[in-house]
Write a protein that binds this ligand. Structure first.
Ligand code: HEM
Ligand SMILES: CC(C)=CCC/C(C)=C/CC/C(C)=C/COP(=O)(O)OP(=O)(O)O
Length: 307
């Protein structure tokens, strides 16, 4: 049976610190999201990104992503209370009240949207809004509780930032921007399912239908391998479509093979820590993949078309 934790419904914020509000924004996740939107901006143009778009665009996207994360804390507080990984969160522990968390999320969201609408462009603002709604409401409120495909579909919101960065600079959706989205979209299942295997008992306890709970660990391990292969192939596409050059290709292959190694390690079940190591590697992987893409963009000329 789940251990019951009593949380004051009208908790006061007297014990809340700025760290609690920072935690509501999921700063680690937002930092990586913003790295991908910054790089999305850089990839959209041959030279430097105008400084105002770089700063205001990313600020607007970051504020909206942080707002979505804060809503996720409000919606999930009951399940967060019962999982060891999340039980010390500010709302789960009652350090921040519902009302203050909602006001905080609204303030972040309105500020983010205003910045994007006033200083960037309407396309970027509404695509960012769709991502906010996609994560905070469609994923958190509905998909997460409804289907083991929750994170595959919900992953689209988290995959959007390179497109948001791209449209912030150009005002247009481009196939290359969608390719960057596709990379993160394919990366999300192995990223999360590795952690879900590690934490499967907790998800089972709170009745959240994550894949290892509904279909078992073996099935999830297999799907991690399959998605890693799909992801690997998609990461070759920037080279094939002449968005990136050989430096990116070399990086994508080396980093991707390492990801594949970890997915096989999870499958082999020889190392009980393989799922959590793979989860940690997934974060390093995405960061390095995008950084190498950036380096390649500015340092290496594209090869001439073969004749
Ligand atoms: C539906 C999609 C996603 C799901 C379900 C998911 C799930 C998670 C979970 C549960 C954690 C917390 C691990 C812990 O507490 O130890 C986490 C951490 C993390 N995720 Fe994801 N994630 C998703 C998408 C993304 C995306 C799109 C990014 C960035 C591009 C991302 C970047 C990160 C980072 C950087 C961390 C570590 C945060 C930290 O330690 O502060 N995730 N993810
Ligand atoms: C505007 C914009 C770009 C929005 C992006 C949305 C965003 C912050 C996506 C992050 C995805 C994420 C951390 C999912 C985990 O949620 P979870 O509830 O499964 O994990 P938890 O149990 O750790 O809360």
């Amino acid at each position: 049976m789940a251990e019951s934790v009593s949380v004051p419904s009208e908790a006061s914020d007297s014990r809340a610190t700025w760290r609690d509000y920072k935690e509501l924004t999921k700063p680690g996740v937002v930092a990586l999201l913003i790295l991908t939107s910054v790089i999305g901006m850089c990839m959209a143009v041959p030279g430097w990104v105008p400084l105002d778009v770089l700063i205001l665009g990313n600020l607007g996207i970051a504020l909206c992503a942080a707002a979505a994360a804060a809503v996720n804390h409000v919606v999930d507080q009951r399940i967060d209370q019962r999982m060891a990984r999340t039980r010390n969160r500010p709302l789960a522990k009652g350090r921040v009240s519902n009302q203050n968390a909602i006001i905080f999320a609204l303030a972040l969201g309105v500020a983010g949207m205003a910045i994007l609408l006033v200083w960037i462009n309407a396309l970027t603002a509404w695509l960012t809004f769709a991502s906010l709604v996609g994560y905070a409401f469609i994923y958190t409120l509905f998909l997460k509780r409804a289907t083991p495909q929750n994170i595959v579909i919900g992953g689209l919101a988290g995959a959007a930032p390179p497109l948001l960065g791209w449209t912030a600079v150009t005002g247009e959706v481009h196939g290359h921007a969608l390719l960057l989205v596709l990379i993160i979209f394919a990366w999300t299942p192995p990223h999360f399912w590795a952690l879900a295997i590690h934490r499967r008992e907790e998800y089972a306890l709170v009745d959240i239908p994550m894949l290892p709970v509904t279909h078992g660990v073996r099935f999830t391990q297999l799907h991690i391998i399959l998605y890693t292969i799909i992801m690997f192939l998609i990461t070759l596409m920037p080279f094939v479509t002449r968005l990136s050059s050989w430096l990116y290709l070399a990086g994508a292959v080396v980093l991707g093979l390492r990801f594949f190694y970890w997915s096989i390690e999870i499958w082999r079940e020889k190392n009980p820590k393989a799922p959590i190591y793979a989860f940690k590697y997934s974060i390093t992987y995405l960061m390095l993949l995008f950084l190498i893409m950036l380096l390649d963009h500015y340092l290496v000329p594209l090869p001439a078309y073969p004749v």
